[in-house]
Design a protein around this ligand. Structure first.
Ligand code: HEM
Length: 442
């Protein structure tokens, strides 16, 4: 009789649940899950909030053991994973019994991509997932449009990187403008290059999505966003990502493309942070520069640095799942409908298990984009792993190469200790200094 109960999850006390809400969940939500809020990002960095969240979870693991920990949240049963092996198991078990389409995600994403694969049921997912995989060339490190995308990156950053005489400071805004021109050209083609209004419209919808079910969808804005996308789809430019989509309206392509445009924001943030990391690790720059001269090559070192940047500062900190039926996680029976929270920074920065937790450690990423059994999942893992897990590091590595060709990068702000990198890293506060190589070499 005690058997059944003993296989259920250990429950955190009300007090510990409140601590998790205060230190793990609330800061993640406050920073903006869908669209980052600059003030909250700065607060998190200032208060070292991510480090505190990881430390709290380590204490909970010591207190309760490493089984899934049930949080005492009324009306919404949730378990928090504390064991890397469980991360691998849960992510491998998508879409059932561990569905990516959780209530929280459905309510947030409905604001701007109601038909997206991430929030679709298993049958619809079977139709949609291959559409993403084909367009984004999920299985190959070198996207078929490599040359074209490299040319776009070179063109768009040329102005920033060439037109200065003395040393130059680069902040997020300087980086973001060319970056979003690149995104629009890569996704929608050259004629979208200057369609900043489209990005602006999506940003507005994303800001609302931060509030999830607390505010209604702005249907008028959503419709006008979708109509703009539909106009590009009517006559897709060759060698753009949308040219690789099937001509099938029933697939709600506007919702699929919205996810790409949205997620390229994270890719830009990760790329800018990677440049900052390189700027505080000068010893990496010459090898990266040499690598970038290899025409059309797979930039293994730059990719690995890019991936480790996302390991250090995950842009999707909370990977969520929901049980479609009763199922075990490890030895523990979890009930249908329960939410599963994988707080990636806990596993990525777990200094009780990882010697390199707070240092740059590109080695694991030279030939893979996930190490799920160790809980290292910058792009998630399993059947719902990010289908751009090859495309994004490819574009990131091309950008790093472009930046280093003629310049030396130094990180001016924030101060950063390479032997103990901060857990929170506010990209809005980064200041890079670019110096012409001829001058630094002299
Ligand atoms: C730094 C950049 C990015 C990171 C770290 C990232 C990470 C992730 C993660 C962790 C997931 C799984 C979310 C979950 O299971 O709840 C995901 C899903 C997804 N990502 Fe990315 N992503 C990035 C950029 C992109 C880009 C640029 C695209 C498209 C061009 C993209 C397309 C998608 C799609 C379509 C899904 C849903 C996959 C599915 O449910 O089967 N991502 N991404």
């Amino acid at each position: 009789m005690s058997d059944k109960r003993s296989t259920g999850p250990v429950a955190a006390s009300v007090f510990d649940t409140l601590r998790v809400v205060r230190s793990v969940l609330a800061p993640t939500i406050a920073k903006g899950v869908i669209k980052r809020r600059p003030l909250m990002e700065a607060t998190a960095e200032h208060g070292d909030l991510d480090a505190k969240a990881v430390q709290l979870m380590q204490r909970l693991r010591t207190k309760y053991g490493d089984g899934p920990l049930k949080l005492s949240i009324p009306f919404r049963p949730q378990v928090l994973l504390l064991d890397a092996a469980h991360v691998a198991q849960v992510l491998e078990g998508a879409p059932s019994p561990f569905s990516p389409a959780t209530k929280e995600k459905r309510s947030a994403l409905a604001h701007f991509e109601p038909g997206n694969v991430l929030i679709s049921g298993p049958e619809r997912r079977e139709e949609l997932r291959p559409v993403h995989e084909n367009a984004l060339a999920t299985e190959t490190r070198r996207h078929p449009f490599f040359e074209r995308f490299q040319m776009i990156i070179d063109e768009e950053f040329d102005d920033l990187l060439s037109n200065f005489t003395a040393d130059k400071q680069v902040k997020w805004k300087d980086f973001a403008e060319p970056w979003f021109r690149i995104v629009r050209r890569v996704v929608l083609g050259d004629r979208a290059r200057d369609d900043a209004a489209l990005t602006g419209l999506l940003d507005e919808l994303r800001r609302r999505a931060n509030w999830a079910f607390a505010i209604p969808t702005n249907r008028k804005k959503l419709r006008s966003f979708q109509m703009r996308i539909a106009a590009y789809l009517q006559n897709p430019e060759p060698v753009s990502l949308i040219a690789r989509l099937p001509d099938d309206r029933q697939l709600q392509l506007e919702s699929q493309i919205a996810q790409w445009l949205f997620a390229f924001d994270a890719a830009g943030i990760a790329t800018f942070r990677a440049l900052a990391l390189v700027g505080s690790h000068h010893e990496t720059q010459e090898a990266l520069r040499q690598e970038s001269k290899l025409v059309a090559a797979d930039r293994r070192f730059a990719r690995a640095i890019f991936l480790d940047t996302i390991r250090l500062w995950p842009t999707t900190p909370a990977i969520l799942r929901e049980l479609t039926e009763d199922a075990h996680i490890g030895e523990t029976m979890i009930r249908k409908g329960t939410g599963v929270i994988i707080f990636a920074p806990f596993f990525h920065r777990d200094d009780e298990h990882l010697a390199f937790a707070h240092r740059l450690n590109p080695a694991p990423w030279v030939d893979q984009e996930a190490a799920a059994p160790k809980g290292l999942v910058p792009f998630s893992a399993g059947p719902a792993m990010c289908p751009a897990h090859n495309l994004v590091p490819m574009l990131g590595s091309l950008t790093i190469g472009m930046f280093l060709q003629e310049t030396e990068i130094s990180l001016l702000q924030p101060a950063m200790r390479p032997d103990h990198l901060p857990a929170s890293f506010n990209h809005f506060g980064i200041a890079l200094q670019l110096s012409h190589r001829s001058r630094t070499a002299a």
